[in-house]
Design a protein around this ligand. Sequence first.
Ligand code: NAI
Length: 735
Amino acid sequence: MTNPAETLVSRPPVPAAGPAIVLERRDDGVAVIRIDVPGESVNTLRGAFAPELEAALDAIDADPSVRAVVVASGKPDGFVAGADIKELIAATSGYELSELSRRGQAAFSRLAASNKPVVAAIHGACLGGGLELALACHARVASSDEKTRLGLPEVQLGLLPALGGTQRLPRLVGTEAALDLLLTGKQLDARRAQRMGLVDEVVPTPIVLDVAVKFALARTAGPTASRAGSKRKAFAEALLVKNPLGRAVFFEQAKKRTLAKTHGNYPAPERILEVVRLGLSRGLEAGLGAEAAAFGELGQSAEARELMGLFFAQNELKKDPGVAGPNAEPRKLKRIGVLGAGLMGAGVAYVTAVNAKLPVRLKDRDERSLGRGVAHLHELFVERARSRRLSDFERDREAARVTPATTYDGFDGLDLVIEAVFEDLTLKRAVLADVLATGGKNLIFASNTSSLPITKIAEGSVAPERVIGMHYFSPVPKMPLLEVITTERTAPWVTATAVELGKKQGKTVIVVRDGAGFYTSRILGPYLNEASFLLAEGVPVEAIDTALVRFGFPVGPVTLLDEVGIDVGFKVGKILHEAFGERMALPPGVERLVEDERFGKKNGRGFYDYGTKKKDKREVDASVYTVLGVEPKSDAPAPDIVERCVLQFVNEAAYCLGEGILRSARDGDIGAVFGLGFPPFRGGPFRYVDAVGPAEIVRGLERQEKAHGERFRAAPLLLELARKNETFYGKPRPT
Ligand code: NAI
């Protein structure tokens, strides 16, 4: 009988055009294990490399002239960026994944057990499986270059490190520090990694290999164990984790903190805690066994599949020019202008200077407003210098890319201007006319409006083909999405150039067609509206917010309304109502809130009480119910709250795809997750509908339409999919 493991894992996932691991013998008795995946710019680990590594280790063992080993990369700017996720997604069973893990673990354990000293020479990304490889070495030397990043990001994909990372990291740096990396997936630069005890030595890039060789040779005489770590850590570790009682308390608390964040929606962090804990109490071998088993389980989970799917979609978008056809070449950008130095304008100027590394002319209408923007920018630069440990010189060099102005001086030499002035159509049209009159004939004008149709802004302009929307999200430096909005008249090269700039600014870019609310504001509208309808029925604020946070949104819709501004929400709501009619009619009471000058967090008067000191746990401002003219109910069922709000969200997304606002379901999922916080583990609204089943979603909509009317009218595309028993991503649903 054939062993199922053999048939499953021996299938070559991606044919490699030669070995990925090459052994080089040096004259000084050091063997270099060089990882260089052929045909790829970045090294990622695949199952097929485990036997290659084992073969290299056989050769090292058999050769007495080899005294020490260095593990290095053959790529100029990267060590190993992680495992090959395509291989993980292609796996068809948990067993196959666990087998992949066990084989890799076995090879790494052999490396770790080598009686010749093994040192990793790290420059560039050393992430996931790459860091686990480095952890299996006896010591680590890293370059001080900013490209060098160390971390275990598996948790962000719904997985856990499965090549020994959950076991070796706590043993090296202590459990508390290890959990911080394992549970967040955060990445460290080399200096931080050194402070934590993860790296032994940090040196300039050109000498990383030489220092690693010296390190390895020096260890031939004495113990091979890493010097990293400290006595202080060892003491804390003994107190906290090594005694059974301390360990129990420590892990119970860690679990509580984790659940408070995940609401039980993400299985990976819980499994990581369990596997680390088991390894500490039962030893390395048992820990590795648990790690491989958990990897098989998590890798097949719906959550990991969705998170990996998003990761792929994001990677695809990095290569997507956003537009096809003739005349779609992006033009070279040399200088950018930003109009309006408010919250958004300052943020856009910042990402342009720091990430795109382009000079920015930042204009506001007067000295006072400009001064506020410049002060905000200064804060951003100082914070960056602090977190990245930049010198004053480096910080000033970046900051000098932004030059402030109150006039259009210097606008004639710009290639693209992004406006972020007040949300007012007349004003936007006026600045568009000014900018086009001042700039050259290839100047692109991009609007960061959050709700005004770009076509309306461009109407009557002398060059509508050079007008486009670039909708950023607040806070700009942190939010990953950019929604580029094209009108019927936007020239393809203009779209391509805007997309290119967005990518350079570090954003994931989706291109959508113009229409009221474009895509993101349009789907957010009915979702927030539904929350307001619930409020108008007397459903308490906390009940709504809690239900949707448990569903997986980072904050509830009522908190979001306070953050965005109730007045802003009302204004956008009116625009959507005008455009889409009864389906988007506003609930009673919202207008009264605005009349009562409840604008939300910005003026300290909203649904929540901003007078109290507790920032993390705000109380509801009960007077809001009086303004709404309702008595808060005590019996609001959470499933109904979730169903109503989420159906609104996903139904509107389906309208957008059906009407061609969106190019694809993929773009819609990315936009909703990265722009609006739709729960990542659900993959986005379209993936969510596919998982539940379009027919089931339509049944829900019909039920709600009977109870609440037209606003739950199912999108034609949803009806069609339900009828044909198809899904958005193309595969028919299993019956
Ligand atoms: P803001 O009020 O903080 O900033 C607007 C700035 O524009 C002010 O500094 C103002 O002095 C300046 N300004 C007004 N008229 C000007 C003119 N003629 N020339 C130059 N500058 C002028 O507003 P915020 O929040 O930055 O919003 C700006 C735009 O971005 C709006 O269209 C808004 O809808 C949009 N937006 C806002 C988001 C947010 O979360 N705040 C998110 C996405 C888009």
